[in-house]
Design a protein around this ligand. Structure first.
Ligand code: HEC
Ligand code: HEC
Length: 204
């Protein structure tokens, strides 16, 4: 299923690349709502991240309505190899450097998808231990925010359990190294506590 999605997607990108013509106004900020080629590139994102913001699988993060500067940084990190995930490196590279910022703005402006009816039950009244620390950066409601020094903490509330727990594991195991702060924080948290936190955050 995942392989099919990937191959379907690569085929679309192949077509796009083949058609790409150097016909854009050099000075203007790229706008996916008026530039067909750019708009078409962003349609490809929906193959995995979903048309209405609901990703096609739980391992794929929600990006619609995510913090804009966080999205922009991730696209840059995928591009320059600070964050490793082959498909996303590939996808980030379909965008020109000038399109990256406008792409992030476009995605961030969409709304975060409504909670699914069959989602985990509403957050348990008691937040798991240790999670208060996360609010310093991810904010009280875990909606994320721009931090000092230009860092941006992403929204965690309502992200899928599978994606969150895996992201936390990768920070802890040093596989995701694009945030020394997060790597350090996650190394100090047990697997059981990470699972409890991910469960809680996904239910918000
Ligand atoms: C073939 C499937 C696929 C396509 C197409 C795709 N993505 Fe992704 N994307 C993923 C997966 C899977 C991840 C999670 C990577 C990981 O686990 O580190 C991801 C992660 C991301 C992230 C990081 C989100 C976060 O919370 O850290 C951003 C931003 C993103 N994608 C943007 C895009 C954009 C913009 C496009 C279109 C140009 C796109 N993606 C196309 C599969 C895809
Ligand atoms: C010092 C500020 C800070 C604290 C405290 C913090 N975070 Fe983060 N977190 C960040 C930043 C900044 C990022 C984005 C890193 C990047 O650029 O990829 C992030 C990213 C994440 C991600 C990746 C989300 C995604 O979409 O890929 C998860 C999951 C996460 N944090 C969970 C937590 C949890 C759980 C805690 C508490 C135990 C916590 N964080 C505490 C700043 C912080």
């Amino acid at each position: 299923m995942r392989t099919q999605i990937v191959f379907g997607c690569l085929a679309v990108v192949g077509v796009l690349t083949a058609q790409a013509a150097p016909a854009k106004a050099a000075e203007a900020v790229p706008d996916p709502t008026t530039q067909r080629e750019f708009g078409a590139k962003l349609l490809v994102c929906n193959v995995c991240h979903g048309e209405n913001g609901v990703p096609k699988s739980a391992a794929i993060p929600i990006i619609s309505g995510q913090q804009e500067t966080y999205i922009a940084k991730q696209l840059e990190d995928f591009r320059n190899g600070h964050r490793n995930f082959e498909i996303m490196t590939w996808m980030a590279n379909t965008l020109t450097p000038a399109e990256q910022g406008p792409a992030a703005a476009y995605v961030a402006k969409k709304s975060w998808p409504a909670k699914r009816a069959d989602a985990a039950p509403a957050a348990a009244a008691t937040a798991p231990r240790g999670i208060a620390v996360c609010q310093a950066c991810h904010q009280q409601n875990y909606l994320g925010a721009v931090q000092a020094e230009g860092m941006t903490a992403p929204r965690l509330a309502g992200q899928s359990y599978e994606y969150l727990v895996e992201a936390m594991r990768r920070f802890a195991d040093g596989e995701r190294a694009n945030s020394p702060d997060m790597a350090q924080i996650m190394t100090g948290i047990s697997v059981a506590d990470r699972e409890a936190m991910a469960r809680y955050l996904s239910s918000l």
